[in-house]
Design a protein around this ligand. Structure first.
Ligand code: GLN
Length: 400
């Protein structure tokens, strides 16, 4: 055997030099290494609905084992179009305006690859779900960040400065990436905020790419509004969603993008050469999932509310300052009262010594110092898991 030497850097793409591996997924590996409770990566530790598992099993038994149509099985595209009409009043042509991808992760990067040229900019609210940074870079675009500022009042909202947003639209801006309900803040963008974003998109001829993967996970009467439903936005919005969060099947990798046909055609081309298609039997199960009755979504949101209200008091008791989420299944916390130098030191201590994995706040910011006193916890877990986390948090409190 010849010894392997590291290849010199010039063999690598310059692009990959500009971002690191996902910290969220790294924290999952560390949780496994230390036998910690994983409140880092956002995936449920409870079962998916029996009906949809059965639909997946039936599809495999019926030999739906070969490629689906590259841009998505007809049944699933039809179901996506039907549900967008029901939930948001948006008319979609499933033949020309839908692309099914390997998760909303692929839908996002395929969209950016399909619309961006070198020199284009993409506006991103910060803190942001960490994929959006590398996605922009890989597509040749430059992300320009606009701050979401933490609430000042105890149960207040994260908000942004209108002037800062307007300024961000004036730099060869191709698109804005929105994520509502938002990861990691739990913010649910209001109609007024979306109208303001709409007005800027129209004024500066900018597209909106909206990641709505948490659309059904809402609390305290919050309402999810798709920006594509606002006047003037139907023809300049790419709406991204998927099965992962709504049906607790993050490993199935079925997501989609819905866009006007010209953009859809471009996304379909990119998607075809990236992955060819999402898993065929799971697309059939996806069509069944989208047919679940309204009571399913109500129950989903109510169960998540209970999980939120289970974890947050335990965190508060342990000394965290929590920003109450209105949607999605994460809680951003401020750790400045806990006496650690920064978020990474804190997260390392928590996973190794206390047995809880969280995500260091810096992974949601361009400049690590902006998130250095924040960490994010995911509460998409069984009550027993949250009980155990609460117990370990007490131990943490005692150590301080
Ligand atoms: N959205 C999830 C999170 O923020 C993870 C998604 C992923 O790892 N692909 O934790």
């Amino acid at each position: 055997m010849t010894q392997a030497f590291p290849l010199p850097k010039q063999h690598l793409s310059d692009k990959v030099e500009h971002f690191t591996e996902s910290v969220i997924r790294e924290m999952t590996r560390r949780a496994m290494q230390y036998g910690a409770i994983n409140l880092a990566q956002g995936f449920p530790d409870f079962a998916a609905p029996a009906e949809i598992k059965k639909a997946a099993q039936d599809a495999i038994a019926a030999d739906v084992n070969q490629y689906a149509i590259t841009w998505g099985a007809k049944d699933l595209r039809n179901a996506i179009a039907r549900q967008l009409k029901v939930w948001q009043g948006i008319e979609v042509d499933p033949e020309r305006e839908v692309v099914v991808c390997c998760g909303s992760t692929e839908a996002m990067i395929a969209t950016l690859l399909a619309i961006c040229n070198k020199g284009d900019e993409v506006v991103v609210f910060e803190p942001f779900y960490e994929n959006y940074g590398p996605d922009s870079i890989l597509s040749g675009a430059k992300p320009r960040f606009v701050s979401l500022r933490p609430p000042q009042a105890p149960r207040g909202e994260w908000n942004f400065d209108e002037q800062e947003l307007r300024e961000a639209f004036q730099h060869h801006t191709k698109a804005i990436i929105l994520n509502t309900p938002n990861n990691p803040t739990g913010k649910v963008f209001s109609r007024k905020e979306l109208e303001l974003i709409r007005d800027l998109c129209l004024e500066y001829n900018v597209l909106a790419i909206t990641d709505e993967i948490y659309e059904h996970i809402l609390y305290d009467g919050a309402e999810h509004i798709s920006i594509a439903s606002l006047d003037g936005m139907r023809d300049r919005t790419i709406t991204i969603n998927g099965l992962s969060k709504t049906y607790s099947v993050t490993g199935w990798r079925v997501g989609w993008a819905v866009a006007p046909s010209t953009v859809t055609n471009a996304i379909r081309k990119v998607h075809d050469f990236l992955t060819v298609g999402a898993p065929a039997p799971l697309q059939e199960a996806g069509a069944a999932a989208l047919g679940l009755p309204p009571a399913y979504y109500k129950d989903l949101a109510e169960k998540y509310r209970a999980r939120r209200d289970h974890l947050i008091p335990a965190l508060e008791k342990a000394g965290f300052h929590c920003y109450l989420p209105r949607g999605a299944y994460y809680v951003m916390t401020d750790i400045s009262g806990l006496g650690f130098n920064n978020d990474v030191e804190f997260a390392t201590y928590l996973v190794q010594d206390i047995g809880i994995a969280c995500v260091p706040g810096s992974s949601f910011y361009k400049h690590p110092k902006d998130g250095s006193q924040q960490v994010r916890f995911a509460f998409c877990k069984k009550p027993e898991t949250l009980d155990e986390a609460a117990e370990r948090l007490q131990k943490f409190r005692a150590h301080l």
